[in-house]
Design a protein around this ligand. Structure first.
Ligand SMILES: [Zn+2]
Length: 449
C-alpha cells in the first residue's frame, strides 16, 4: 500500500498530500481510484477554503488551522466530522470510493497523532471477502505487567450511502463517534494508562450487515487480534454530539451493570459540567415487544462474555435520514462527551483488578433514577414534548410513565424486590421516549407501548 510518509504539518498542504496518497490507498470493495481522487480533491479544496477563512478571522495561520495540538478540542473533532460527513464521502457505504476515502483519512489521523498500527495488515483488518475493513490503532500500555491487556474504544465508520434517492452523510451516525474515539486515542498517546488501548474504527455495522458475521465488530470478535480473555472492556460509541431532541444534553452509558469493576470505573469518572450523563441497563433498551434487540457494536463482545459499555445519545429524527448533516451536530456537547469518555477509558486502563463479567447484572435503582432524569427533561419547557410539537395525549402518557417509575423507585427504597411488571415499567418508559424521539423504530417496538 502506497502512503505519503512525510507530512510535517496537518494543514491543507498535508491534507492534499494525503489525498493523493489515497489514490493508491484504497484496497477493497472495487472502488475506482479516480473516484477516490476526485472525492478527496474536493474535500481538500473545501478544507483549504475554510482554513483560509479561519485564518482571516482569528489570525491563526492556515498551516495551524487543522493542526490541533490538543485532540480533546472542538477544532480536532470538527475537523474529523466535517471530512467524514462531507458530500465527497458519499455516505461511506462499503465498497464505494467515499468509504475508501474515509478509511484513508482515518488512517492518516491515526498516523499523525502517533497511534501504532494494530490490524492484521497495517492499520487494517479485512472482513472476509473484503466486504468490510476495520481500522485498528493501538496505544501501548505504560505498565509492562498489564500492557498485554486491552481496553477497546470502538465506533463504526461505515454508513448507508444512498438512502431512498438521497445521500445520507451520517454525521451523527457515526462520524461524531469516530471523531471522539480518535480524539481519545490521540490524547492517550501522551498519557497512556497501564493497560493498552485499542482504537477500533469498525466497518459494516449498518444494514445489511448488522448482527451478521460480516459486521466488523462481530468479525473482530470471531478473529480477535488481542485474545478476548485479555480484553478487559469493549466500549462502543454510536450516535454522539446531538440529542434525543434539539438541545437535550442527555448522554447514556449502558452496560456497566454487567461488570462491577467497569461500573466502578464509570462511577468515579467525573461528568463534565453541562453534560447530563446517566447510566442505564441494557435491558431497558434491548428487551422489547419485538424481542431481544441489540443496538450496536458492543453486542458481539457481550455475547462473548466480555465487559462492555455502550455510549450513545440515542436515535433522533435525523436517524438514517438525509438530514443527518454536520450542521446539526453540537460540537460543544461532543467535546464534553469526549472528555467524559477519556476519563472512563483512563480509569478502566488503570483499574486495579481486571473487570469481570456478570451476565445477569442489573441495577434497577439506578435505572429508575435515570429514566426519571430523561422523563423530567422530556416534560420540561423546551423538552421532548415541546421541541417536537407532540400533543397533550403524549404528555399525559409520559406523566403516567413518570408516576409509574416513581412507584418502582419507592418499592426499591422500601427494600422490595421488583416484579416482572415493575421491571417492564422501566422498559416501557424508556422505549416510549425512544419511539417518540426517533424516526425509524419498527411498529412492533412502539405500537404496543
Ligand atoms: Zn451507527
Amino acid at each position: 500500500m502506497h502512503r505519503i510518509e512525510d507530512r510535517p504539518d496537518r494543514g491543507a498542504t498535508a491534507l492534499v498530500a494525503m489525498l493523493v496518497g489515497a489514490l493508491y490507498g484504497c484496497s477493497g470493495g472495487g472502488s475506482n481510484p479516480a473516484d477516490v481522487r476526485d472525492a478527496l480533491d474536493a474535500v481538500a479544496e473545501d478544507a483549504a477554503g475554510e482554513e483560509d477563512a479561519a485564518a482571516a478571522d482569528d489570525g491563526v495561520g492556515a498551516e495551524d488551522g487543522a493542526d490541533v495540538s490538543d485532540p480533546v478540542s472542538e477544532e480536532f473533532l470538527t475537523g474529523i466530522v466535517e471530512v467524514l460527513a462531507s458530500e465527497e464521502m458519499d455516505g461511506r457505504q462499503p465498497g464505494t470510493a467515499g468509504w475508501a476515502a474515509a478509511r484513508t483519512f482515518i488512517e492518516e489521523r491515526m498516523t499523525a497523532c502517533g497511534l501504532s498500527p494494530a490490524g492484521s495488515s497495517g492499520w487494517e483488518q479485512a472482513v472476509e471477502g473484503d466486504v468490510g475493513i476495520n481500522v485498528l490503532g493501538r496505544v501501548q500500555g505504560s505498565d509492562p505487567a498489564r500492557r498485554d491487556r486491552v481496553i477497546i474504544v470502538g465506533a463504526h465508520y461505515d454508513h448507508l450511502g444512498d438512502c431512498g434517492g438521497a445521500i445520507c452523510n451520517g454525521a451523527y451516525d457515526n462520524a461524531t463517534a469516530v471523531a471522539a474515539a480518535l480524539a481519545v486515542g490521540c490524547a492517550l498517546v501522551a498519557a497512556p494508562p497501564a493497560r493498552s488501548v485499542l482504537i477500533a474504527i469498525w466497518d459494516t455495522e449498518e444494514p445489511p450487515y448488522f448482527l451478521d458475521p460480516e459486521m466488523g465488530s462481530q468479525y473482530y470478535v470471531d478473529h480477535p487480534l488481542v485474545p478476548l480473555p485479555q480484553t478487559d472492556a469493549a466500549i462502543a460509541l454510536d450516535l454522539m454530539g446531538e440529542g434525543l431532541w434539539p438541545g437535550f444534553m442527555g448522554h447514556v452509558v449502558l452496560g456497566a451493570e454487567l461488570s462491577p469493576e467497569v461500573a466502578a470505573a464509570v462511577d468515579v469518572a467525573e461528568v463534565p459540567a453541562g453534560l447530563l450523563a446517566h447510566r442505564l441497563g441494557l435491558h431497558a433498551v434491548e428487551d422489547t415487544a419485538m424481542g431481544h434487540q441489540p443496538w450496536s457494536d458492543y453486542d458481539a463482545f457481550r455475547n462473548a462474555g466480555r465487559p462492555v459499555l455502550f455510549l450513545s445519545d440515542g436515535q433522533n429524527k435525523t436517524y438514517h435520514q438525509p438530514t443527518d448533516e454536520v450542521s446539526r451536530v453540537d460540537f460543544a456537547k461532543l467535546l464534553l462527551e469526549t472528555r467524559y469518555l477519556l476519563r472512563i477509558v483512563s480509569g478502566l486502563g488503570d483499574a486495579a483488578t481486571n473487570p469481570t463479567f456478570v451476565a445477569d447484572g442489573a441495577d434497577y435503582a439506578r435505572d429508575a433514577a435515570s429514566v426519571l432524569v430523561v422523563l423530567d427533561a422530556a416534560l420540561a419547557s423546551g423538552g421532548l414534548v415541546d421541541a417536537l410539537g407532540l400533543g397533550a395525549s403524549v404528555r399525559t402518557k409520559l406523566e403516567q410513565d413518570r408516576t409509574a417509575v416513581l412507584a418502582v423507585q419507592a418499592t426499591l427504597e422500601g427494600g422490595g424486590t421488583l416484579s416482572a411488571a415493575e421491571i417492564g415499567t422501566l422498559r416501557t418508559a424508556t422505549q416510549r421516549v425512544m419511539c417518540l424521539a426517533g424516526s425509524t423504530y419498527p411498529d412492533a417496538l412502539c405500537m404496543l407501548l
